[in-house]
Design a protein around this ligand. Sequence first.
Ligand SMILES: Cc1ncc(COP(=O)(O)O)c(C=O)c1O
Length: 366
Amino acid sequence: MTDVPVKLRPEILAQRAYTQGKPAPANSFKLSSNEVHFEPLESVQKAVTESVITNRYPDASAKVVREALAEHYGLAVDNVIVGAGSVSLLYQAVQAAASVGDEVLYPWRSFEAYPGMVTLAGATSVTVPLRKDGTTNLEAMLDAITERTRLVIVCTPNNPTGPAVGQREFEQFMEKVPSDLLVIADEAYIEFVTDPSALNATRILADHPNLVIARTFSKAYGLAGMRVGYMLGHPEIMRAFNTTAIPFLISGQAQAAALAVMGEPEAIRQRVNEITARRDEVRRALLDQGWPVPETQANFVWLPCGEQTEAVAEILREGGIIARAFPGDGIRISIAEEEAVTPLLAACWRAIERYPYLRAEEQNAG
Ligand SMILES: Cc1ncc(COP(=O)(O)O)c(C=O)c1O
């Protein structure tokens, strides 16, 4: 910190920049960023190529995408905002809701971008630990609400552990949350949910004007490189979030890509089905090896590794698997191409043989 040549905010200097999943060396599988591995759909590729305009600003309100989303969800256009990925909308939301002295409440461990966006706003993060099985503890979150809480974020399915919050459980939570407290359901992985009892917050959006839903085209829709996400909610909240946006962030190509991919529901469904089937197989195999992998409704699995996290990540790396390690805690592994499954399971087996106390029964006993 001492070699920064100018005076900058100490809380920003103290924070680490968002760390991206490492690039995969040759002959490795990059399973570190929850991307889908499929090639872009032809229609999407074509739409992007045909929409290249370099000398004009794009439509700042992403109107065509908002209109298409509004139609898809049976909402008015004013209920929808579009951002450069849902992460940019989450930043906008925090800026709009919280400032110095205010609290933003979210579970932890969860999406690693949350702490940074709260710090940037000058607000204070209040975190509620996940349960031992990687699930979000909504009751404890209710207890953590104070008069300073301005925003509650519920990440479901939770990144990086995988479990989704239940529909009934969330409905009960919303009934108890003060009606003027903003709640964001971050549903970045909703398309991978196969459990019918899991939350789909759109079912209750109309009942709760304080509820906002964040979703993205980056994951199931395969547009991580185009940066398009969206929020659904009350028109006045959407308007407020728009005022904190950096203008023109969503390029014309990104808007064209989002529109094109919305026209391919069947292709997307097939791809999602392939991933969720593989996810369930991988989890079952890991459970058989003894790994205490939480139930997952997303396109990734979580290996709780505690102090051995970096050592296990190294074993995976040597086995050609680039995963996301959270030192001291665990490793998140994205589910992608079929060819990655055998080397992944082989590396996980070597790791659990090397550190047998990571097995479920040993952890439970401990
Ligand atoms: C829980 C969660 N929310 C939001 C995002 C943001 O995704 P994007 O900005 O690509 O839409 C991610 C990405 O990893 C995520 O895991």
